[in-house]
Write a protein that binds this ligand. Structure first.
Ligand code: PFF
Ligand code: NA
Length: 440
């Protein structure tokens, strides 16, 4: 038995694992990215396709990552070696690379949110929301808050699995859900509520038929991004998981809670946008800040409302950022025998540097986001499903049984064929469309 087997950490509790995975899933993807994707891709029609992706492809893909992680008890790169297929290491490496790029720009956006949380207290953005956003989104200020957010992320990860991540998410996730419910109650009272719900919740099927070439990859990218798939996060988190947990049950809970938060966030954001007359999707990456920020400025108690709203988003972003950083740190620990604190310091510094271009130029940020969400994440998912479905089907059977101890069976055995063919066809199609779109 090697040193790493002796010292590998584990989640203290089952709920700790679920909360950590929910914390990873719920983040800027739900509250910042989701609403402007819905807006850009035609409203409720996009919502329908997105939900289909989450349920029919996202959840199985999550189970596939879980089983790779639990079986190997390794970071995503070494996982494939440990399962006897070292030639698949590149899939883990691709995931780690993708996570690295995502964390770099994610931290910049989270830095804006951190800034807005403080700026709410003084009302700094209340006068001219779009002027304020433009003044802080690029340049030294953005770099400073990006640094601050990376430090906060690193402090939690440096404290380890049980005392850092697990403890942090046990506080953050319940707080997040409670605050979000409060905000929905508040949004319900706004003037634009009815129009917002209408836009968000009544799909026009015609929009799907005419725009499927753009809706499909956007919905797939959003589904994978929001579930933290295609980048080794779920492999890594499941590598700290005991054998007796039922993967399918845990995965279902995680996806359901994450979807709930996305839907709830939409119930806050769309009434707000319609109340102040902002067209959803028009603001791109700045939409949350200009639209929601501008609306907050106009309500009674705006300083407190703004502080709570953006504070919720910071919490959500932090519990996601720690999951990506943990992937990178677990790799350094497993492979180079680095001490956790040192690995965390080194890696978070490099991520900080890689994020700087996105803190200087919004176009670079959009480019990082586009390439990762619509190309690299689906590619990571596709390859991992090929591995579990075709190369190592034994593990797919373990998922069907739920626990690795061979119990009752949670999924029908036909599930193997479901991941082998239909899922690969759909994700393959998404990849082709995305590639044509980006490079054609
Ligand atoms: N799922 C997170 C979100 O929706 O904000 C973002 C994210 C976290 C993406 C972790 C990828 C990841 F590995
Ligand atoms: Na999410």
């Amino acid at each position: 038995m090697s040193l790493e087997d002796v010292t590998r950490e584990k989640w203290a509790t089952r709920i700790g694992f679920i909360l950590a995975a929910v914390g990873s899933a719920v983040g800027l993807g739900n509250i910042w990215r989701f609403p402007f994707q819905v807006g850009q891709e035609g409203g409720a029609a996009f919502l329908v396709i997105y939900l289909l992706f989450v349920g029919l492809i996202g959840i199985p893909a999550m189970l596939v990552e879980f089983v790779v992680g639990r079986r190997s008890e390794r970071n995503p790169i070494n996982a494939f070696d440990r399962l006897g297929h070292g030639e698949w290491r590149f899939v883990g490496a691709l995931g780690v690379f993708t996570g690295f790029v995502i964390l770099a720009f994610y931290s910049v956006v989270a830095g804006w949110v951190t800034r807005y949380t403080f700026a709410s207290l003084t009302g700094a953005y209340f006068g001219e929301p779009s002027v304020y956003f433009n003044s802080i989104a690029e340049g030294p200020a953005a770099i400073g808050f990006h640094a601050l957010f990376m430090v906060a992320t690193a402090v939690i990860v440096a404290a380890g699995i049980q005392r850092g991540i697990e403890l942090a998410v046990k506080v953050m996730v319940p707080a997040l859900l409670a605050l979000l419910v409060g905000l929905i109650g508040y949004a319900f009272t706004l003037e634009g509520a009815a129009e917002g719900y209408q836009y968000y919740l009544s799909p026009e099927i015609g929009v799907i038929a005419s725009n499927w070439m753009s809706i499909l990859p956007a919905a797939a990218g959003q589904a994978f991004f929001t579930l933290s798939l295609g980048m080794g996060v779920m492999i890594t988190y499941a590598s700290y998981l005991g054998e007796d947990r039922n993967l399918a049950v845990d995965g279902g809970w995680i996806a359901a809670l994450n979807t709930l938060v996305s839907i709830l966030a939409g119930l806050v954001v769309f009434p707000v946008l319609f109340t102040i007359g902002v067209e959803p999707g028009s603001g791109g990456a700045g939409e949350l800040f200009v639209g929601v920020g501008g609306a907050i400025a106009q309500v009674p108690g705006s300083r407190l409302v703004g502080f709570v709203f953006f504070g919720v988003v910071v919490i959500a972003a932090l519990s996601s950022a720690i999951s990506i950083l943990e992937v990178l740190v677990s790799y350094a620990i497993d492979n180079y025998g680095m001490e956790r604190k040192k690995a965390t310091a080194v890696i978070s510094s490099v991520v900080f540097l890689v994020g700087i271009p996105t803190a200087i130029d919004l176009d670079v940020l959009n480019l990082y986001d586009q390439i990762t969400a619509s190309l690299l994440l689906p590619l990571g998912v596709f390859l991992t499903v090929v591995f579990v479905g075709w190369v190592y089907p034994d593990s797919a059977e373990e998922v069907a049984k739920g626990t690795s101890k061979g119990s009752d069976g949670t999924l029908p055995t036909a599930w193997l064929w479901y991941i082998r063919i239909p899922i690969l066809l759909v994700v393959g199609l998404v990849l082709v469309i995305s590639a044509i779109d980006l490079y054609g």
